[in-house]
Design a protein around this ligand. Sequence first.
Ligand SMILES: Cc1cc2nc3c(=O)[nH]c(=O)nc-3n(C[C@H](O)[C@H](O)[C@H](O)COP(=O)(O)OP(=O)(O)OC[C@H]3O[C@@H](n4cnc5c(N)ncnc54)[C@H](O)[C@@H]3O)c2cc1C
Length: 290
Amino acid sequence: MVDFYYPESVDEALVLRAEHHAIPLAGGTDLMVRYENWSSLPANIPGSVMSVQQLKDLHYIREEEGYLCIGGALPLNSVIEDERIPRCLALALDEIAAPSLRNLATLAGNIQNASPAADSIPPLLIMDAEVNLISQNGSRIVSIRDFITGPGKTDLKDNELIESVRIPLDFIKKEKQGILSYRKVGTRKANALSKLSVCFWAECEDGRLKDIRMALGAVAATVVRLKDAEDKLKGVSLDELGSVWKDVRLEFEKAVRPIDDQRSTAFYRKRTALKLLDAFIQQASDSSVS
Ligand SMILES: Cc1cc2nc3c(=O)[nH]c(=O)nc-3n(C[C@H](O)[C@H](O)[C@H](O)COP(=O)(O)OP(=O)(O)OC[C@H]3O[C@@H](n4cnc5c(N)ncnc54)[C@H](O)[C@@H]3O)c2cc1C
């Protein structure tokens, strides 16, 4: 028998986390599937569970100290509808499952699930987003890059809650000046996990690539940001971008080793990722042509 708690405040939820290590349940769209049982039997959840969905103090989007902060229990549809949300994140969240599920599911749940195919993670990685974790001992902020430690694994401690996801306002301000490419490749439009997903963004200035950020989902054990490739491409003149990319591409080809699984083959994933990268680099090169 699972103990189920329904805290009425964040403070009460933190007591339950500290004393019972109660597992947070937001939309339940991952948790209930992971521990589903035979029809009509309760879910096989190992330990006690507490709902966080009703905690209205975690239903917010607000600016704080240079970040746009998205509360840990806000459903995805409310995030998507907010005009302050960066386009790369809105596009990605709009691809998750179907509208009815997005009324329940949360951003916090998507990142804590830490799937290599989680749709919110590529945009969060390219924006250098952070996670605000709270416990009875206070709060700590961890970059999304360090928060996800492996497939299905994160740095969340058993007395902590995700209070919010923080997006730098600096990126949001400049996003529109750059070139954005977000693509999710799946079997069908709704209720399909990614075969792969890509989120690329670049900013060109005075005929050079000033900044470039590239993340790929479902091509490795975790979502990956291509930092080494980005560093080699930054500052390159747009006229030379095509030839520099050829060398960087060779290294990338060797480094990326996707897997075969029920959703796709490694061959398809790698070939499609490379084609989308080629197309994006071409788009950036072409931006010099007036
Ligand atoms: C039919 C279907 C289709 C789907 N399609 C997609 C898809 O296209 N793309 C995609 O990325 N995902 C998809 N998913 C997975 C899932 O819907 C998302 O990952 C969703 O964002 C999870 O959010 P949730 O609130 O339901 O999480 P929950 O299931 O409630 O929780 C997930 C994990 O997060 C933890 N958690 C939740 N809130 C907090 C908090 N505030 N602090 C700390 N830990 C917390 C839980 O304890 C659990 O470990 C799909 C799922 C289903 C069932």
